[in-house]
Design a protein around this ligand. Structure first.
Ligand code: GLC
Length: 394
């Protein structure tokens, strides 16, 4: 572990910290990147809280408590919370809000809150607000009787413009011209998954959402969903986990890092984990100079820079640190310590040289996207996994 990296990460978290009061409710959170992302994002906050516990446990708890205090009475928590200023007019057509003055979006992001709480704060099952949140997800999104969750829009996965969604949402996919029409359509249906399915869908059983949901369920002491994930999404022929789509039951075909994300699960059978690791370590697929690219490099849609400016489209090739960390967990658990250390060293070198950026070019390590990006501080989970507070998830 390097003290300089530690300092760099702590500085980013401290500079991004926001505190305030809205109608008598105090809030505090880490903005993902102050210039580009001023509000509180659900999964960004969970990752930030995990790293905050190294520097200030009070802030780790406050970050997650702010998410919880934005919840509805029935436990729903939105993807983005607009604590101190409403969504801008320019962004309104692309945000899943009921109205411009809304406190939050009506859609979800990967539900890792209970898992993050167990790492950063304590026992999530002892918190009624977290129990209510998990119950909301089960009531409203576990629609197939096996406990797995279904999403109504690509951005609910956190992987907004991933090419794996191109064939599902077509010209209404994220950053495509028709995306505002998808938002409009779902807004009319109250962003209610059952109503959206009844109107023809699509709904998607997405891998990353369900991996993080499974980790949350385990943290809550509820039965594991890993067997259900294997039953529904494991493609034994290709050796990848691939999303399923309703109403037709088709599978997405594109190999992205999400196909390997179940490596983060502590109870994934060894033979499946080893097949995923073989993809990860393949230089013609995921093991680039700065792994893992968010899309396999042998996919025709692979775009290592993800575009620029207004043409920026997320999750179409660059390397993201949260994804790297989740796959690294699997390398560690399978005893691939040499490869895990190699991955850590390459990521650390890129971050030290380029700064704490939103994502990186998988070929060169060049920093891309927003600067001072909070969840990229997850690098500390890899450089310094031995911290006494971090034992629980390894
Ligand atoms: C982009 C990412 C999403 C993230 C958000 C804020 O929309 O695709 O995963 O939560 O930015 O960082």
């Amino acid at each position: 572990m390097s003290a300089a990296l530690d300092e760099l990460c702590e500085r980013v978290l401290r500079e991004n910290w926001v505190e305030g009061d809205r109608d008598g409710t105090a809030y505090s959170y880490t903005s993902p990147s102050p210039g580009r992302y001023p509000w509180q994002w659900y999964w960004d906050s969970c990752f930030a809280a995990i790293v905050w516990r190294r520097f200030d446990r009070g802030r780790a708890r406050a970050e997650l408590e702010s998410l919880l205090s934005s919840a509805d009475a029935d436990g729903f928590i939105g993807h983005t919370v607009f604590w101190h200023r409403p969504v801008s007019l320019a962004r309104l057509p692309y945000y899943n809000v009921r109205s411009r003055r809304a406190l939050r979006t009506e859609t979800i992001q990967p539900p890792l809150l209970a898992w993050a709480w167990s790492i950063a704060v304590g026992d999530p099952a002892a918190e009624p607000a977290i129990v209510a949140h998990c119950d909301w997800l089960e009531r409203n999104r576990a629609l197939s009787g096996d406990g797995l969750l279904w999403i109504v829009q690509p951005d609910e996965s956190g992987l907004d413009a991933s090419p794996k969604f191109d064939s599902i949402w077509g010209w209404r996919a994220h950053t495509r011209p028709g995306f505002p029409l998808l938002v409009h359509h779902n807004r009319r249906l109250g962003f209610d998954a059952r109503r959206i399915l009844a109107a023809g869908g699509p709904l998607v059983c997405e891998v990353v959402v369900n991996v993080l949901w499974c980790l949350s369920r385990l943290a809550m002491g509820r039965p594991s969903l890993t067997p259900a994930l294997i039953d529904r999404l494991w493609d034994d022929e290709r050796g990848l986990f691939l999303d399923e789509i309703l109403p037709g039951g088709e599978r997405s075909r594109v190999a992205t890092w999400s196909a390997l994300a179940p490596l983060a699960l502590p109870d994934l059978p060894d033979e499946i984990a080893d097949r995923l690791i073989a993809h990860l370590l393949d230089e013609h697929r995921f093991w680039t100079p700065l792994p893992p690219p968010s899309v396999a490099i042998d996919e025709p849609t692979y775009d290592p820079t993800g575009g620029r400016g207004l043409l920026r489209r997320y999750w179409r090739g660059p390397t993201w640190i949260n994804a790297a960390w989740l796959l690294w967990l699997g390398l560690r658990r399978r005893g691939q310590d040499g490869q895990a250390a190699e991955l850590t060293n390459r990521l650390e070198a890129a971050i030290t040289r380029e700064g704490v950026r939103e994502y990186y070019d998988p070929r060169t390590g060049r920093g891309l996207g927003a600067k001072n990006f909070a969840w990229s501080t997850l690098i500390l989970e890899m450089t310094d996994p031995g911290t006494s507070a971090s034992g629980s998830y390894l």
